[in-house]
Design a protein around this ligand. Structure first.
Ligand SMILES: Nc1ncnc2c1ncn2[C@@H]1O[C@H](COP(=O)(O)OP(=O)(O)OP(=O)(O)O)[C@@H](O)[C@H]1O
Ligand SMILES: [Mg+2]
Length: 355
């Protein structure tokens, strides 16, 4: 027998969005098919699965369920601490879960805070400034800015608020993007030095001992000027990029990319899994762009694709994530009899004692 696993997630169809919201408002949330696929992989590993959609009543449901561990892919709905909410609830109930703790998840969703930590650890990352309003933009001392710059929402993922127009070459373009982000996404805009070089992403699993999956390069399908390539909402929806895994890089470049990825994972105290985005600057030096401690696990997500390039199946990957989390949390699998007792207890709405 294995574990009784709670699977926590946010479904796109439950996303509280209004017609006035941007087209990518629900981009980070899951399709039912992704949840079902993870559940199937967990069952294939010998575990019982209880689906826990992110909805009102989550806390009392978790209190009642008596799961051994939660496989957490829940993103929360709103705010820069949204990804920290489920782990914080689980911590308060003493229930182990896969992935990073609330602090790391909240930090990593705010790209400026993340970069401050990464930069303090001596990892190269482009210059940035976070502005909340047009007034703050004026106060930046705009004459001193060096173009091109890149403008994106400070607290998003899944390419939300990133478009071809995110690369700006003058003050007018900068103003337009800051105005759009602060209004449409109702959060600060992150202004970054534009990195003109090749782009890579690195999947990592583990804690004290880590496994780094083969480096993936993301590049434009149609050969354009490298400066103009941005992996964003527009390119994703028009299939304009290709993914090479393992990336065609020299050993020296591979080492430098992995150094950035692994040092960032450690500096941000990530647990169990994460995907790190890296891009080369004008001198060919790998820079940290951002980290995803809750990387997508859909069929088209980059993290499982890098895992598969290392020879793991999707089922192997899900089992590995669960295994490293269970080892870290020091929990043991149940016997079939124990599992049956718990399930019988739940049927009678009594909560048996957690081990
Ligand atoms: N400073 C930069 N210079 C050049 N390109 C950038 C820069 N910042 C972001 N980009 C481009 O925009 C893309 C999306 O940016 P970023 O990875 O920060 O957003 P995200 O929405 O968190 O991504 P993900 O889809 O990985 O969650 C990057 O993959 C890269 O192509
Ligand atoms: Mg990214």
């Amino acid at each position: 027998m294995g574990f009784i696993v709670g699977l926590a997630y946010n479904l796109k169809k439950d996303c509280p969005r209004s017609d006035t919201e941007v087209e990518d408002a629900d981009a980070e949330f899951e399709e039912q098919v992704t949840v079902d696929r993870i559940a199937k992989a967990l069952r294939a590993g010998g575990h019982r699965v209880v689906k826990i959609p992110y909805r009102p009543g989550l806390l009392s449901r978790l209190q009642r369920l008596n799961v051994d561990i939660v496989f957490n892919i829940a993103e929360g709905w709103e705010g820069r601490c949204r990804e920290a909410i489920v782990p914080a609830v689980l911590d308060s109930l003493g229930i182990p879960y896969t992935g990073s703790d609330p602090l790391t998840l909240a930090v990593c969703l705010d790209k400026a805070v993340t970069k401050a930590i990464v930069s303090a650890s001596g990892i190269p990352t482009p210059w940035c400034a976070k502005v909340n309003s047009m007034d703050e933009l004026e106060n930046l001392g705009t004459d001193s800015l060096t173009y091109p710059l890149f403008v994106k929402p400070a607290y998003e993922g899944s390419s939300k608020g990133v478009r071809g127009s995110s690369k700006v070459v003058d003050y007018q373009g900068l103003r337009d993007m800051v105005s759009w982000i602060t209004t449409a996404y109702m959060q600060p805009a992150l202004i970054e030095a534009f990195l003109p070089g090749r782009e890579f992403t690195v999947g990592i699993v583990g804690n004290r001992d880590i496994t780094v999956f083969p480096i993936m390069e993301v590049r434009p399908m149609v050969e354009t000027q490298p400066e103009s390539f941005v992996y964003c909402y527009d390119t994703k929806h028009n299939n304009m990029e290709e993914f090479l895994c393992p990336a065609p890089v020299t050993d020296e470049l591979a080492d430098a990319i992995l150094d950035v990825a692994v040092k960032s994972y450690r500096a941000l105290e990530c647990r169990d899994l994460a995907r790190v985005d890296v891009r080369l600057d004008g001198a060919g030096v790998p820079n940290f762009l951002e980290i995803n401690p809750l990387p997508g696990l859909s069929t088209v997500s980059l993290f499982p694709v890098t895992a598969m390039a290392s020879g793991l199946s999707f089922e192997d990957l899900i089992e590995k994530i669960l295994e490293v989390a269970a080892t870290r949390a020091n929990i043991a699998e149940r016997t079939a009899v124990q599992a049956q007792q718990v399930i019988a207890g739940q049927r009678h709405r009594t909560v048996s004692v957690r081990r």
